[in-house]
Design a protein around this ligand. Sequence first.
Ligand SMILES: NC(=O)c1ccc[n+]([C@@H]2O[C@H](COP(=O)([O-])OP(=O)(O)OC[C@H]3O[C@@H](n4cnc5c(N)ncnc54)[C@H](O)[C@@H]3O)[C@@H](O)[C@H]2O)c1
Length: 267
Amino acid sequence: MGLMDGKKGLVFGIANERSYAYFIAKQLVGQGAKIGFTYLPIGKMEHRVRKAAQSLGIEDPWLVPCDANDDASLDTVFEKWKQDESTLDFIVHSIAFADKDYLKPDMFHQTPRQTYLSAIDTSAYTLLAMSQRAMPLMNDGGAIVNLSYYGGEKVTPGYNVMGIAKACLEHTTRYLAYELGKPERNIRVNCISAGPFKTLAGAGVGGMDQMIQYQEHTASMKRANTGDEVGDTAVYLLSDLSTGVTGETIHVDCGFSIVGVPEGHGA
Ligand SMILES: NC(=O)c1ccc[n+]([C@@H]2O[C@H](COP(=O)([O-])OP(=O)(O)OC[C@H]3O[C@@H](n4cnc5c(N)ncnc54)[C@H](O)[C@@H]3O)[C@@H](O)[C@H]2O)c1
């Protein structure tokens, strides 16, 4: 018996087998969920996402292109899912983008208007855009999870405009949770704030190696979190284990975010 038996949903954001979304999909499949996959239609993404799905034992995955910045592309994904599966129990939003030229220390104040707006569009508004389209298919309630980082709460040099987008994402989570949580909708929306992790998106943030080292040194548990730990928390938030939880941002960072002044630098 799995925690996700009988539940089906869409995972947005696998680029390869290092993606946080991959670890989430892995743990969801391990608990019995049926998953539909999407890929950003550029380069070799279709091949990579198919390979990632196959490595989870899904030989012929439900796999469609999706550029989440494009409303028509999102419409196509949800319409195709409706035709094929009729209902939806969950979605995983694990996508983000910001121009890496501005993800360097001391560059935030130089951010151009379009770079700022595009980071918020891809990394935060898309959660709202997906939720709008998921709602009519979640006729027996549902659950939505997205991914944030501590740089949305506190200044993290180099994270810059992505931190602004994450603050926006976390608060979008709360506003959506409020409206979608009404009894006639019964859809929960939660956020996982995960520690730094070497992925394609992670590599675009200036100083990622130092961020990971700092987490290992500073976090309460003196280590970095694993991808599977993020996946397990997503299972909790998307399963019936968390039916009373919505609008939360849960940190999966080995206790990094609870530390104010690290040992050796305080009283
Ligand atoms: N890696 C980290 O250190 C870290 C830490 C905390 C939170 N996160 C968050 O986790 C999430 C997943 O990132 P990741 O680190 O696994 O990196 P990743 O590069 O593996 O995943 C990012 C995904 O976003 C997708 N994407 C970008 N623009 C898109 C668009 N317009 N339409 C559809 N998809 C688009 C990419 O195709 C890719 O699959 C992001 O929200 C990221 O900010 C990452």
